[in-house]
Design a protein around this ligand. Structure first.
Ligand code: FES
Length: 108
């Protein structure tokens, strides 16, 4: 999967990328949870194109996925610093730090 620049996730309901990441930081993981938290329709072409990426990638700068973070947790790492050192998540712009921290706290 390649890095994507996304501004509007859902064109039908005009939902910005930031709203999805905030919902994930608050714990939304599934499509149904993201729909409820943000109002994305999940069915328009933009949703089909963007939601898979958003639900898979935690850190776009370094292409770190939810699975990558989960694997680090399964390996016994449990701080942002440890996971960042192993995956590079959070080492560029830092915008993903809150999401990585939520995954550590809440789980995948
Ligand atoms: S999104 Fe993770 S460092 Fe930029």
């Amino acid at each position: 999967m390649q890095k994507k620049e996304i501004n509007i996730v859902c064109e039908k309901n005009n939902i910005p990328y930031k709203d999805l990441r905030i919902a994930q930081i608050k714990g939304a993981r599934t499509l149904e949870e993201l729909k409820k938290a943000t109002g994305v329709c999940g069915e328009c072409e933009a949703c089909k194109e963007n939601l898979t990426y958003i639900m898979k990638v935690v850190c776009g700068c370094n292409m770190v996925t939810f699975d990558d973070v989960k694997n680090q947790l399964d390996n016994g790492l449990n701080t942002f610093e440890e996971i960042s050192k192993q995956t590079k998540a959070g080492t560029t712009c830092g915008h993903c730090k809150a999401l990585v921290e939520n995954i550590i706290k809440q789980g995948y």
